[in-house]
Design a protein around this ligand. Structure first.
Ligand code: SF4
Ligand code: SF4
Length: 374
């Protein structure tokens, strides 16, 4: 439930879209106000104008994090998107619902497609597809020195997410190898997509049915811990509501979600000689609380990491990438400005890898930190 906006402006300080464009009408306060006005008079704007306006949000959630009134702008925008579906939302829904069939072959084909032949409205979609497979991949340079016994014998589920399941299967195999080394008994699962992308695009019913399915898988497995390695999936799972048998079960679900890096925090790594000269870390917008990916990588690389972005959004933006690519580009550029000087950029979110790999400057490699593990 979203609170009432008091127009304090606190959220203006953190919105990456506002920072990159300088246009306050694209910021969270304007959106909260627009939603209030439309709830009072739904006919104030034309269908076309509303559909256009709701495209202008990256869904990063930074405004929600700082709002003292509990105003959830991305949820308000998702509500409007659901009420005013358009072609871009349909395209985004197809992209997410057909991940298994489309992403892998589409990603390979998109890289071969001559840019001048791409119809304008499909351009951003093809760019995203091309980024899914990432670049040439990172050279592994981190090896586990010794696995601790902390989690030995524990039963856990692994929520790999669509990108690792259907395109970046090496992330999945490395995650399984690490959990095996830790002695974790990884249970079989039948998880679907986390549903967060559909929820942000306004497809509440489809997203709720995925959430209900995933919770059922966990319940049937006996409520074990669930390990994730994508910040966006993790945040999407954390936000589940309305699909639990009780509040207690919902709290248990939230406590059982563990990022893979947090499980590895007491695992020592050794660095090999081929580590990149200059390495930077990109913090995903959907990382909440302590960033265990960053802690793990900082420990492993000691003082060899040249930089980290904590305030910049990569500009992926989900449905906004399709609705207004011209506005996500300056957000993406700000991110690259902050990462300048790095040969290799690592992160822990499949959407950020996709976006940064599709937009990396010449000579810069991008990947998930799992690619660095031998
Ligand atoms: S959305 Fe929240 S932080 Fe932003 S102006 Fe309104 S009350 Fe303030
Ligand atoms: S979700 Fe992100 S892009 Fe959208 S209004 Fe909030 S801070 Fe801005």
């Amino acid at each position: 439930m979203s609170g009432e906006c008091i127009l304090c402006g606190k959220c203006l300080e953190v919105c990456p879209l506002l920072r990159a464009t300088g246009r306050e009408e694209l910021g969270p306060r304007a959106k909260a106000d627009l939603c209030r006005i439309l709830s009072e008079d739904p006919n104030l704007l034309s269908e076309t104008d509303v559909a256009k306006l709701v495209g202008f949000c990256l869904g990063c959630g930074r405004c929600r994090e700082v709002c003292s009134q509990g105003v959830d702008v991305p949820a308000l925008v998702a509500g409007l998107r659901g009420a005013h579906p358009d072609f871009k939302a349909w395209l985004w829904k197809t992209w997410l619902m057909q991940a298994k069939n489309v992403w892998s072959p589409g990603s390979a084909a998109a890289k071969l497609f001559p840019e001048q032949l791409v119809p304008e409205k499909f351009g951003p979609m093809l760019k995203m597809l091309a980024g899914l497979k990432g670049g040439p991949g990172l050279e592994p340079c981190l090896e586990v020195a010794k696995y601790p016994d902390t989690y030995r014998g524990r039963k856990m589920l692994l929520f790999a997410g669509c990108t690792a399941n259907f395109v970046q299967t090496r992330w999945l195999s490395t995650a399984l190898k690490l959990l095996d080394g830790l002695g974790v008994d990884v249970l079989p699962d039948d998880f679907k997509c986390c549903g967060s992308g559909l929820k942000a695009a306004g497809f509440a019913d489809e997203s709720s049915s995925m959430a209900a399915h995933n919770v059922r898988v966990w319940r049937d497995a006996g409520h074990p811990p669930i390990v994730t390695f994508c910040a966006s999936c993790h945040a999407g799972l954390q936000a589940y509501e309305g699909c639990f048998e009780s509040l207690k079960e919902q709290e248990m679900w939230q406590n059982m979600l563990l990022s893979l890096s947090s499980v590895l925090l007491d695992t020592p790594f050794v660095l090999s000689h081929n580590m990149p000269e200059t390495l930077a870390y990109h913090q995903p917008c959907h990382t909440r609380g302590d960033d265990s990916d960053h802690v793990l990588l900082n420990d492993a690389f000691k003082d060899r990491m040249v930089g980290a972005t904590t305030k910049q959004c990569c500009g992926f933006g989900g449905v906004m990438r399709l609705a207004a690519p011209g506005l996500t580009d300056p957000v993406n550029q700000q991110c690259w400005d902050a990462l300048a000087g790095a040969d290799v950029v690592i992160t822990g979110c499949s959407a950020c890898v996709t976006q940064l790999a599709a937009t990396a400057p010449d000579g810069v490699k991008v990947g998930h930190w799992l690619e660095l593990i031998k």
